[in-house]
Design a binder for this molecule. Structure first.
Ligand code: ASP
Ligand code: MG
Length: 258
């Protein structure tokens, strides 16, 4: 969400001695913007272009602020501009045809995490970036995309068998097991990506870093004296999620529950 928080990510990750997989969300608010912009484009509203440009600026400004000038920044900019160029063309197509299928919407929202993962991997010393669409696989069922755990587990183990010390992965996005189309795990799904990877690799810990210090007794935006809960069982955590705690995405606990 901010230069400060993205810089904290670098500090947190670089301080860890064990190998670590870093799963990122899109820059704060970008997924909403990606969706709003596609609605404008599909409605034939030229303002989509301003909205798009604002997203471009947001990413460029983040890179300027967190990556020092030099080779790393140049290489990152090449990748980022390529992604932004594709995205611009897709929006232009949506605007011209005034048509937005689910397939197009899924491709559009994927750019948020694809860009943020490039930025974060350039930011963290020695980090590699893997594309989660290559190992997080979904199947279509009742018009929804559900994780295929068997295949995902096998591919994740394979992908991380000889992992470098730090790998950055885009959360949220996946691909269809049958046709390889870009899919996602639902809004807020990057927590779930992290849990799936942690479970597959039998990680010693899954940490979810967000803008509050943990599960709270209530939503602090509504109940000002809500406080952080020190310890919860897996079942209690799942229950809180299902009853609307916004801190993590409801299915997240399931893969890592013991
Ligand atoms: N960027 C996605 C969303 O806003 C996934 C996530 O943030 O976890 O829903
Ligand atoms: Mg989240």
């Amino acid at each position: 969400g901010s230069v400060e928080s993205i810089t904290n990510v670098k500090k947190i990750v670089e301080a860890i001695d064990e190998p670590v997989v870093v799963v990122v969300s899109a820059l704060g608010g970008i997924t909403d913007k990606l969706i709003e912009t596609s609605r404008l484009a599909a409605a034939g509203d030229e303002k989509y272009s301003e909205e798009f440009n604002a997203m471009v600026e947001r990413h460029r400004a983040m890179v300027e602020a967190v990556i020092p000038a030099g080779e790393t920044r140049d290489a990152l900019n090449v990748r980022l501009e390529a992604l932004l160029g594709e995205l611009r063309s897709i929006y232009h197509g949506v605007y011209l045809i005034r048509d937005m299928t689910q397939k197009t919407a899924n491709v559009i929202v994927s750019y948020g995490e694809r860009m943020s993962s490039q930025i974060v991997s350039a930011l963290i010393d020695g980090a590699s970036c893997y594309d989660s669409r290559e190992f997080i696989k979904t199947v279509r069922k009742h018009n929804r995309n559900l994780v295929d755990f068997d295949v995902t587990l096998r591919l994740t183990l394979q992908t991380f068998a000889r992992m470098p010390k730090i790998v950055v992965v885009p959360g949220f996005i996946a691909s269809d097991i049958a046709d390889g189309e870009t899919t996602n795990l639902g809004r807020g799904g990057s927590d779930y990506t992290a849990a799936i990877i942690a479970a597959a690799l039998n990680a010693s810990a899954l940490e979810i870093w967000t803008d509050v210090d943990g599960f709270m007794t209530a939503d602090p935006r509504v109940i000002p004296n809500a406080y952080t809960i020190d310890e919860l069982s897996y079942n209690e955590a799942m229950e809180l999620c299902n009853f609307g705690a916004k801190v993590i995405y409801p299915p997240t606990i399931y893969p890592v529950r013991v």
